[in-house]
Design a protein around this ligand. Structure first.
Ligand code: AMP
Ligand code: GLY
Length: 415
């Protein structure tokens, strides 16, 4: 099978790594990729937001499957362009990707499907925003309706700050504050059958102890030893399946990866947000534990045959990933610095590996930082403690001027 992956972050590196280990995959391509992906796939300098260009590349390569990684190309309709060219694609249509692209749309779908989520108002004027804030009280949760690359949500007890964020957005969703631990649960779906993966937890704040600004995610681990038994089955029944059914009934069937961001509150499980793609960095740990070869699963979702698949097989052990970010991330990341120790950080037996996000190859073959989140070190082990120790040993071997990472990823869960 020839597979083309669209995107160039650590999530796509994780996907490419798994696909490169799948004996069904005879050729692996990625556009635009990054310096790490180039080690396992042939990379192509194609604009990932250009559906026609992506479809043309897929046709030229005679790809059997295209996997669209990030949200921006999904919302831009890149999957539609590939599907229209007659090539199977893993990733929802632009319309179905509105589940991530518009928080108001997601709320409407959840209301229609009776999915538990925070109560909310959609606001377009300052007066509406003020009324909504006062209806819920502090802490206030104000979300930009559209895609905002992780910068759209403000959670604050400062009413003026909440109002200012609302004023800076064209349309906002203001909602009730949800208290409780967060869980990311991914499901693969063909629009009818829903196959949940293993849950993971992400660390969104930049600094240890969940301090500092929100980021795209500074680390993750799986499984969650503290999670209630039956969580996955409950979320499948109350969240994932009803959402997929609702979207199909609306005439916008969703196939690809449905990401449920959940809060386990004292009043029950609630959806914080949906995404229409694999999460980053959770994908790194979830795929590290998946034993079933990946390509066949993604192709079955693309072809609508997920119902015929054998149950997924998982490693009983644990996985931990730690993100190394640039100095100044997330506000103003510095780039262009040499990264050293990449090969030394990896273990020959595959228990520790480096996945690239914002990197590029320098002129003399060196690897340079090229973004906010630069790379993530992922490790597996028999339990979280072992995986965590291995991941941090790997992190310790990598040098990047001004590089930053959290030291407490999976710490509480491992203890
Ligand atoms: P999002 O961009 O939707 O992933 O939101 C970013 C983060 O904001 C989430 O991971 C939560 O930590 C927080 N958040 C979003 N919505 C709520 C809510 N209703 N209550 C509490 N925290 C929230
Ligand atoms: N880890 C959060 C996200 O992928 O949106």
């Amino acid at each position: 099978m020839k597979v083309l992956v669209i995107g160039g972050g650590a999530r796509e590196h994780a996907l490419c790594r798994s696909l490169s280990q799948d004996s069904d995959v005879t050729e692996l391509h990625c556009a635009p990729g990054n310096a790490g992906i180039a080690q396992v796939a042939t990379v192509h300098p194609v604009d990932q937001l250009d559906g026609a260009a992506v479809a043309a590349l897929a046709r030229q390569l005679a790809a059997d499957l295209v996997v669209v990684g990030p949200e921006a190309p999904l919302v831009a309709g890149v999957s539609d362009a590939v599907r229209a060219a007659g090539i199977p694609v893993f990733g929802p249509s632009g319309e179905a990707a509105q589940l991530e692209g518009s928080k108001a749309f997601a709320k409407d779908v959840m209301a229609g499907a009776n999915v538990p989520t925070a109560r909310s108002y959609v606001c377009t004027t300052p007066a509406e925003a003020a009324e909504a804030l006062d209806a819920f009280g502090a802490p206030y949760v104000v979300k930009d309706d559209g895609l905002a690359a992780g910068k759209g949500v403000v959670v604050t007890s400062d009413r003026a700050e909440a109002l200012a964020h609302a004023a800076s957005c064209e349309r906002t969703v203001i909602e009730e504050y949800l208290d409780g631990p967060e869980v990311s649960l991914f499901a693969i779906t063909d629009g009818v059958t829903v196959l949940p993966l293993q849950p993971a937890q992400d660390f969104k704040r930049a600094l240890d102890g969940d301090e500092g600004p929100n980021t795209g995610g500074m680390g993750a681990y799986s499984p969650l030893p503290w999670a209630p038994e039956g969580l996955v089955a409950e979320v499948l029944e109350t969240v994932l399946q009803p959402t997929v059914d609702e979207l199909r009934h609306r005439g916008t069937p969703f196939s690809g990866l449905l990401y449920a961001g959940l809060a386990l509150t004292s009043r029950g499980t609630r959806v914080i947000e949906f995404n229409a793609r694999f999460g980053d960095p959770e994908t790194q740990v979830v795929l590290a534990r998946l034993r079933t070869p990946l390509a066949g699963v993604l192709l079955a979702a693309a072809n609508g045959t997920l119902g015929q698949l054998e149950p997924l097989r998982w490693d009983d052990g644990a996985a931990v990933t730690v993100v190394i970010a640039s100095e100044g991330y997330p506000a103003a990341p510095r780039t262009g610095d040499v990264i050293e120790g990449l090969a030394e950080a990896e273990a020959a037996d595959g228990t520790v590996f480096v996945l690239h996000a914002g990197t590029r190859a320098g002129e003399d073959g060196e690897v340079l930082s090229a973004g906010g989140r630069v790379l993530s070190v992922t490790a597996t082990g028999t339990d979280l403690a072992e995986a965590r120790t291995r991941a941090y040993e790997g992190v310790g071997k990598i040098t990047l001027k001004g590089g930053q990472h959290r030291t407490d990823i999976a710490l509480k869960a491992a203890e």
